[in-house]
Design a protein around this ligand. Structure first.
Ligand SMILES: *Cc1c(COP(=O)(O)O)cnc(C)c1O
Length: 388
């Protein structure tokens, strides 16, 4: 009779010094003694007790992210959206109010207006642009426990007066969380008073469009413990394989960002000369009206450019986008590929209501041959004109 024996692994792994971070896959972590097993919860913040709560791979990535953000500790989450929502749920309670910049990432707006209501947390929105500070006092109340910023804002790239808003929010007893997806690698938001930085690592951090991940970062140990306790308690975590991919992406972050930024500026100038374009938005460009405020908070730009076209005719805009060969239609920018996205601002802005069908086009300038991208845009503008 053949014996059905499970294969066993050697007790001692061979000594092997690979250059790169090892990928530690784990659910089970074993303990030497009963005592250590029974007290394993004490490992939650700094050690290892269960795969979900941290492996050497995920802890190493958390350290890298905290360093890039200029914070003390980070906690990884399965997406940027999860980083935002877990940051809010970990720190707010029933009866609290959250005040959110009008320009935030669309799914976060939905979460705040719909899901938070079920938890007894009310949400309202305030001006995201240069006038954000003046609209703050009337928008806050005694129950406001968190203000959420996003600079530059999704699609429209508003930049809030981050330092002033933080001071005002703190004076009223509210924490400030900032979505730093755009500025990751080019900003140190804790220096401006932000308490929680939530970032989608799916974008430039990963850099290759093949991982969804996010992180919340704080500069205060008590806040870190509160976040980590909530996040482990609700059962959210990331795989070490995904953490490895993001860590690999980070090793080229600086050079990728520099090249995307260089191309971003070059394409911005080219797009400004197009007759079909009403406004080009790239806050990193010295000619952009947001640039002075931008320079106070960011040390560089990236490959994202928003376009307001002279036409809002969806048939014409669709003809432009549908025919692109290299600018693929899709969300989640920050990889090597050029992308184009379209947004109807009337759906995602409420403080300053927009007419239905107010479109904004967002380009992500990737790392393909630039001549191919220019030719693609040129042909797109011809299709736009033909269908207008
Ligand atoms: C993409 C994005 C997110 C969400 O990140 P996911 O990892 O896709 O969930 C959040 N905020 C901003 C500004 C983003 O661009």
């Amino acid at each position: 009779m053949p014996q059905n024996k499970a294969a066993t692994l050697p007790n001692e792994p061979p000594k092997f010094n690979a250059l790169n971070l090892p990928v530690h896959r784990a659910s089970t972590i074993v303990f030497d003694t009963t005592e250590k097993f029974l007290s394993r919860k004490s490992q939650l913040f700094d050690g290892f007790s269960y795969g979900l709560y941290g492996t050497p791979t995920t802890r190493a990535l958390e350290e890298q992210v905290a360093q890039i953000e200029g914070g003390l500790r980070s906690v990884l989450l399965p997406s940027g959206q999860a980083a935002l929502t877990h940051g809010i749920l970990a720190l707010l309670e029933e009866g609290d109010h959250i005040l959110v910049a009008d320009c935030v990432y669309g799914p976060l707006r939905e979460f705040c207006t719909h899901t938070l209501k079920r938890f007894g947390i009310s949400a309202s929105f305030f001006r995201a642009d240069a006038n954000s500070l003046s609209s703050l006092p009337s928008a806050m109340n005694a129950k406001t426990k968190m203000v959420v910023l996003e600079s530059p804002g999704s699609f429209t790239m508003e930049i809030q007066e981050i330092t002033d808003v933080c001071r005002e929010a703190h004076s009223m007893g509210a924490l400030v969380m900032l979505d730093n997806t755009w500025g990751f690698g080019n900003s140190k938001m804790f220096e401006h008073g932000v308490d929680i930085v939530a970032t989608a690592l799916s974008k430039y951090a990963c850099g290759h469009s093949d991982v969804c991940m996010g992180a919340v970062t704080v500069s205060d140990d008590a806040l870190y413990r509160k976040l980590k306790t909530f996040i482990s308690g609700i059962g959210s975590g990331v795989s070490s394989d995904d953490a490895y991919l993001v860590s690999r992406g980070l090793s080229s972050l600086e050079v990728r960002l520099q090249e995307h930024a260089r191309r971003g500026l070059e394409f911005t100038t080219w797009l400004r000369h197009r007759a079909e374009v009403k406004e080009v938005i790239n806050a990193a460009d010295p000619d952009d009206i947001r640039h002075a405020r931008f320079s106070r908070y960011f040390s560089g730009g990236n490959g994202l450019i928003s376009l307001i076209l002279k036409t809002n005719n969806l048939v014409a805009i669709s003809a432009m986008l549908d025919g692109f060969q290299h600018f693929k239609i899709g969300a989640s920018w920050g990889g090597t590929a050029s992308l184009v996205g379209l947004c109807d601002l009337s759906i995602v802005r409420t403080v300053e209501p927009q007419m239905p069908g107010t479109y904004i086009v967002r380009l992500h300038i990737g790392l393909e041959h630039r001549e191919l991208l220019y030719a693609d845009l040129e042909a797109g503008f011809i299709r736009l004109s033909e269908h207008s």
